[in-house]
Design a protein around this ligand. Structure first.
Ligand code: NDP
Length: 498
């Protein structure tokens, strides 16, 4: 089956498929096979300028379309995605490497988001509140921000795009979107779906190209009033600084160092399953991936043994094969980064139980495969227990008590996701209160967010905003307070109050 029909993707600006003004492009590589899938434009700043003016023009009309009608487009987008789910999933596996089962899950997340945000077209609730004066009416309404810029990473190329673009569009904004250069195919497919669903031209514009050119140019555009970014902490901090200087609203989601707590009364079979799924799924390249396990010393030996046994059973390879459980790392740089943490862990004195190497034999040498890795006797302050590795590497940290586990969980720079395995109801409630992360799971791993809840984290994970759920609307709307005085005379607030 030929899934990709083009040799080179084009930008989508003002409803037209156009070549980048730079004339430059780069290859998109399948991380499972190292084959070139397609070429993607490396656009110039002038392409961003063109996209922004198209968005500005389109937004004025789009904002006047009643929100329930705007939502109709999202319903149609959801239906087309549903119809094309298998094709999108296969393309996603080819460009990103995640196994097909997970790719289907990711596409489903986008479909769910389409229907959920379409529902918001009939809500977009504001508030009415009494006025302090007679014959006066007060309310607050959500107003679109105008043109919004979204910058997305390669690890969830379609789900994260839907978390950001769908709320922006239903709220009456127009979008300029820069997808990750590593994974442009999902962006191309989604733009085509928007086109087919009848989204007016200019409401979504896709500009392919590098972060340093296209991303930076988006920040420079005065008419882009919001930047919503998911990616690395380093890049996110840079974007925040530049947006701060320009008084531009910025929403950041920047990963984690997510921990699972396994108490001495935990159902260990369940804990093993939860750790495997959240640590080695997407080869550990999820911002919510489990990379630390705080295990009670009474069950440490048994957990180590069981995890090693299950890790040995994981099949690693091209995710298009349904029997494969762990796919490749996105690129060589990612692979080398993961490898470097193995030496760091060993030098710091952690004990390597399994994995820890690049897989280079047989079919594995064609792609970027890293063996699922487990360290034990890790100290909470070691670098492997503090820094985001973004690969299939887990550190077991022995603990003596619930309190110690919570303290270690909270002792990192990030605060995205955490989890606890226990049967003790008191500890469950104390954990959901005391774990300093934006997401807490009980008797499940650190992954599995549902689209109608807020997604994001505390501390170095972000800057207080949330993707997904109704909270996403706060990023893409301004609160407007409206006062209607029907007394027929000038009434002065705070002064003419009896
Ligand atoms: P980046 O932060 O570099 O990339 C994320 C997005 O930002 C991409 O679209 C990228 O474009 C863009 N970008 C890069 N530089 C700039 C810039 N100066 N201005 C505006 N946009 C920019 O992440 P990487 O892909 O390099 O991954 C590196 C590490 O980041 C990972 O190993 C992981 O630790 C973390 N990460 C975390 C994610 C999460 O879910 N929180 C997701 C992805 C990465 P382009 O790549 O096309 O140049």
């Amino acid at each position: 089956m030929t899934l990709i029909h083009e040799e080179q993707l084009k930008n989508f600006i003002d409803g037209k498929w156009v070549e980048p003004s730079s004339g430059k492009a780069t290859a998109v590589i399948n991380p499972a096979t190292s084959e070139t899938l397609v070429n993607v434009p490396l656009s110039a700043a002038s392409d961003v300028e063109e996209a922004t003016s198209a968005a500005k023009k389109a937004q004025k009309t789009w904002a006047l379309v009643p929100a329930p009608q705007r939502a109709e487009v999202l319903y149609r987008v959801g239906l087309i995605m549903k119809e094309r789910k298998e094709r999108l999933s296969q393309l996603l596996t080819m460009e990103n490497g995640k196994v097909i089962e997970e790719a289907r899950g990711e596409v489903q997340e986008g479909i769910d988001m389409a229907f959920y945000m379409a529902g918001e077209g009939r809500r977009l609730f504001g508030q009415t509140t009494p006025s302090e004066l007679k014959d006066k009416f007060a309310m607050s309404v959500r107003a679109p921000v105008g043109v919004v810029g979204i910058i997305t990473p390669w690890n969830f190329p379609i789900a994260i795009a839907t978390w950001k673009s769908f709320p922006a569009i239903v709220a009456g904004n127009a979008v300029v979107w820069k997808p990750a250069t590593e994974t442009p195919i999902m962006a191309y497919e989604l733009a085509k779906i928007f086109e087919e669903a009848g989204l007016p031209k200019g409401v979504i514009n896709v500009v392919f190209g590098s972060g340093s050119t296209v991303g930076e140019a988006m920040i420079e555009q005065e008419d882009i009033r919001v930047i919503s970014f998911t990616g690395s902490n380093e890049v996110g901090r840079g974007i925040a600084g530049k947006c701060g200087q320009r008084l531009k609203k910025v929403s950041l989601e920047m990963g984690g160092k997510n921990g699972v707590i396994v108490m001495d009364d935990a159902d260990l079979s369940l804990a093993v399953e939860g750790i495997l799924w959240s640590a080695y799924g997407t080869s550990g390249q999820r911002c919510t991936a489990c990379s630390r396990v705080m295990v009670h010393e009474k069950v440490k030996d048994e957990l180590e043994e069981r995890l090693q046994k299950e890790i040995a059973k994981l099949s690693i390879g091209n995710g298009l094969d349904e029997s494969i459980k762990v796919g490749p790392i996105i690129n060589r740089a990612g692979l080398e980064k993961v490898k470097s943490y193995i030496s760091i862990g060993k030098e710091e004195g952690a004990k390597l139980l399994t994995g820890g190497y690049i897989m280079e034999n047989g079919n594995h040498k064609k792609g970027n495969y890293f063996a699922p890795t487990l360290f034990t006797d890790v100290k909470p302050d070691m670098r492997i227990a503090q820094e985001e590795i973004f690969g299939p590497v887990v550190s077991l940290i022995p603990v003596k008590s619930f309190e110690e586990a919570v303290e270690i969980n909270n002792s990192v720079e990030f605060g995205l996701s955490s989890s606890i395995f226990t049967q003790n109801v008191n500890q469950v409630f104390a954990a959901q209160r005391d774990l300093d992360t934006g997401i807490v799971y009980v008797n499940a791993g650190t992954t599995g967010a549902e689209i109608h809840l807020p997604f994001g984290g505390t501390k170095g994970t972000g800057n207080g905003h949330r993707d997904s759920g109704v909270a996403a609307l706060d990023v893409f709307t301004e609160w407007k307070a409206v006062y209607v005085d029907f007394s027929g005379k000038l009434q002065r607030a705070q002064i003419d109050v009896e």
